[in-house]
Design a protein. Structure first.
Lengths: 305, 465
């Protein structure tokens, strides 16, 4: 294998500048050279096959590289090769792969989905993504909502009803929730008494005399009972909150330690009311199957009732 | 122009030889080929999967090895296996030199087969050299083409056999020839065919000399006591060097008297060398310890009735007159490591759980206050049935009081072998304790229909305000 290294005379390009300045002629290794030629050939083939050169406002489209894909609404498109169309094609293929599962979900009733471990797992994992894409912006990724802004979907209190039918209705049509402010019609002392009474619903120890005065306003001149009912249990038909449970969606009573703080939270709501608790409608934006899976998911989040 | 810069490869055309090591190597080659080519076709009875003894099912994410099914969760076994392989290589190399290179490496095995094909078509070494240097006659073209076609055939079946490990071998092979196999099957087969042809047919010893990292770092494990294929220079050269036999130099005593070595300079050891070195120049990094020169020299020694062993397995120490030491801290360390890792791996495989339970606590929100004032935590559970039979399971909790578990309709569920289920579990705690903001409890999965299946417990954390 080994041969004696011979003394070699260095090859030069043959030019000489300034008398003795010469340039070595060190040729590239053959493997490198042929590798380079291969890239040239590759480039030429690429120019022909793929979109390459800009021509004014257009560009060469390449040959034999059509991509045909169907969008979600069933329209067929054919374009020259481009990465966006590749993605659309992949999305179409993914939709087709999911179709048998989605079809099953569409046909099944909610209780059937809940009983079938494959369907429930499919609906849950699909809706988890849908929820993150569409709902988590307000309701947060785990559905915990934001106190005072967006309701918590992970608990078992439902302003607009926690049955499958009610949740689906909420997602499809959206909701508009509001409560008037009472600072014009009630005095500060009256509002204070109402707050005492409201807190007594859910078992907070309050001043009985004040609460009794509050009760009179709640069931009488204040008109609170019209929405929240005389028992304080609220009405899901109009999204009036149940005041008797331990869940608070706007007044952060659970975080308050003293009675005064709790009352302050309730009073703020009674005084100013609640406006702009609007949820947009998703019908038209999401498919029926998507809405169905989201309904199942949201129901599951709170162990809905 | 570039002639002088890079030395051209001198083709190595090894001569055939017979002897004890050649026989051993034939045996190993036969065994290795039998295993490699037959294994995908071996059928195996199994309740929970395909009837193929060894199948690496990428799509189904399961590796079937006889009665062992490896799930993705068990892939760290592969790490254990690789660690054992590495230590074994270190150990064997430290004690006995490049045994792997010479006897077991697929480069050596496949090159062996390719040289055999060459021999079969073109004849012995002399004939091959003559053919190579002859002008392009019809005979030369036919013989060279035939050799390469046979090489290509071996390469193709090598690729196909490899592909057969990754799918149902019978169906896959049928699909392969009818053009219905998936693209990766063709790509894999073609890729391995190409590499086999290039590496075993064209590149040969250059793979070991220039490309292979193992061959180079094995030198690090060598010491003065490592077994090497060595030429006994003291005996072969004596004072006046090797010399071809002539009158008065035929018998061993005659040569000893004239202080010439026992090496008759026949060159057989050089001719049989698959990497093209002369072992008489001492230990060289190119040497793969294939021991064929030992066979060659022994053949000659037998024929001229000299004692064998002019070229033999020896060590630096032994060649210089001292004794070989086997026991060294280094080798002992390798041996202990191998035993340790093998034990761990075996223990891990034997004690694998057939039911797998993983618990993910949902952290957003960490807890939720329910309308009756109780606190609810949610968990995502995944249960995998890794046993060979269908099982019915019951899910429950322990070490938690005043709590209810809600998994919808799935408190009891049935899983087919290999099947898994994802469950959404809500745990409702009615009595909030003041002491612990967080406490631990267990999810428990027990099999209802088999007492052989151990009950699995998994710790989870419950959070409260």
């Amino acid at each position: 294998m080994s041969t004696e290294k011979k003394q070699q005379t260095v090859q030069t390009t043959g030019h000489a500048w300034d008398g003795d300045l010469q340039e070595f002629n060190n040729p590239l290794p053959n493997w490198w050279l042929w590798g380079f030629y291969a890239t040239v050939v590759f480039a030429v083939i690429y120019w022909v096959l793929f979109p390459t050169f800009p021509i004014g406002k257009s560009y060469t489209k390449g040959v034999m590289n059509d991509i045909t894909y169907k969008t979600a609404d069933g329209k067929e498109h054919t374009t020259h090769w481009n990465t966006r169309s590749l993605l659309m094609k992949e999305m179409q293929e993914a939709r087709e792969m999911q179709k048998p599962y989605v079809d099953k979900i569409v046909k099944a009733s909610y209780s059937q989905i809940a009983k079938d471990k494959d369907q429930s797992a499919f609906a849950y994992s699909t809706a988890k993504v849908l929820f993150a894409d569409n709902c988590a912006g307000c309701h947060q990724s785990g559905g915990a909502g934001v106190m005072g802004m967006y309701p918590n979907l992970a608990d078992d209190a439902w302003l607009w009803g926690g049955s499958y039918a009610k949740i689906e209705e909420t997602i499809r049509s959206g909701r508009k929730g509001s409560m008037p402010g009472f600072k014009a019609s009630l005095s500060a002392a009256q509002i204070d008494n109402v707050a005492e009474y409201v807190l007594s619903f859910s078992g907070t120890k309050v001043n009985a005399a004040k609460a009794a005065k509050g009760k009179a306003i709640f069931e009488g001149s204040g008109g609170c009972f019209a929405c929240h009912t005389k028992e304080g249990t609220g009405q899901i038909a109009m999204g009036a909150a149940n005041l008797t449970d331990k869940v608070w969606t706007i007044a952060n009573v659970n975080a308050a330690k003293t009675l005064a703080e709790k009352k302050a939270a309730v009073k703020a709501v009674v005084t100013n009311g609640v406006a702009g608790r609007d949820m947009p409608a998703w019908q038209g934006r999401l498919s029926d199957a998507d809405i169905k899976m989201l309904t199942y998911y949201v129901h599951q989040l709170g162990g809905g009732k | 122009m570039t002639d002088n810069l890079i030395q051209k490869r001198i083709p190595v055309i090894p001569r055939s030889v017979e002897g004890q090591f050649r026989t051993l190597k034939h045996g190993i080659l036969f065994f290795a080929y039998a295993v490699y080519f037959m294994l995908p076709w071996l059928r195996w009875e199994r309740d929970n999967g395909p009837e193929q003894a060894v199948l690496f099912d990428i799509v189904g994410r399961k590796f079937y090895l006889f009665d062992l099914t490896v799930y993705p969760q068990d892939i760290f076994w592969l790490a254990g296996f690789l660690i054992i392989a590495a230590f074994l290589l270190f150990f064997v190399t430290g004690v006995a030199g490049r045994v792997f290179c010479g006897y077991f490496c697929f480069q050596t095995l496949w090159t062996d087969v390719y040289v055999m094909i060459e021999h079969l078509v073109q004849g012995e070494r002399n004939a091959r050299i003559k053919l190579l240097n002859s002008p392009n006659t019809a005979e030369k073209i036919i013989k060279l083409t035939l050799t390469k076609l046979l090489w290509l055939m071996v390469a193709f079946f090598t690729g196909l056999a490899f592909t057969a490990y990754w799918g149902d071998s019978l169906q896959l092979t049928k699909d392969f020839f009818t053009g219905n196999a998936p693209f990766p099957a063709y790509a894999t087969t073609f890729f391995l065919m190409t590499t086999t042809f290039v590496m075993a047919g064209l590149a040969r010893e250059q793979v070991c000399t220039y490309m292979c990292p193992y061959s180079r770092f094995q030198g690090v494990m060598f010491d003065q006591d490592t077994l090497i294929v060595a030429y006994d220079e003291a005996r072969g050269e004596r004072d006046n060097g090797r010399i071809k036999p002539a009158k008065g130099l035929l018998k061993q005593e005659e040569r000893q008297n004239k202080k010439h070595g026992d090496c008759i300079d026949c060159g057989y050891c050089v001719q049989v060398c698959p990497v093209g070195i002369d072992i008489r120049n001492g230990m060289q990094y190119q040497c793969i310890s294939c021991a064929l020169c030992i066979d060659a020299c022994d053949t000659i020694m037998d024929s001229i009735k000299y004692p064998r062993g002019l070229i033999r397995y020896s060590s630096e120490h032994e060649l210089h007159g001292s004794k070989r030491r086997w026991y060294k801290p280094k080798n002992l360390g390798y041996a202990i490591s191998i035993t340790l890792v093998t034990g761990l791996l075996a223990w891990s495989i034997v004690s694998r759980t057939v039911t797998e339970l993983t618990v993910n606590k949902i952290r957003q929100p960490l807890y939720v206050r329910l309308s009756d004032g109780s606190i609810q935590n949610r968990y995502e559970l995944k249960i995998v049935n890794k046993s060979a039979h269908g099982q019915s399971y019951k899910l429950s909790m322990e070490k938690i009081r005043h709590a209810e578990l809600d998994v919808g309709h799935f408190t009891k569920f049935t899983l087919k072998p290999g099947e898994s289920v994802n469950l959404q579990a809500a745990v409702k705690h009615t009595k909030i304790s003041d002491e612990d903001k967080q406490f631990k409890f267990n999810f428990v999965v027990e099999s209802l229909n088999s007492t052989d299946i151990p009950t699995i417990k998994h710790t989870a954390v419950f959070s409260q305000p």
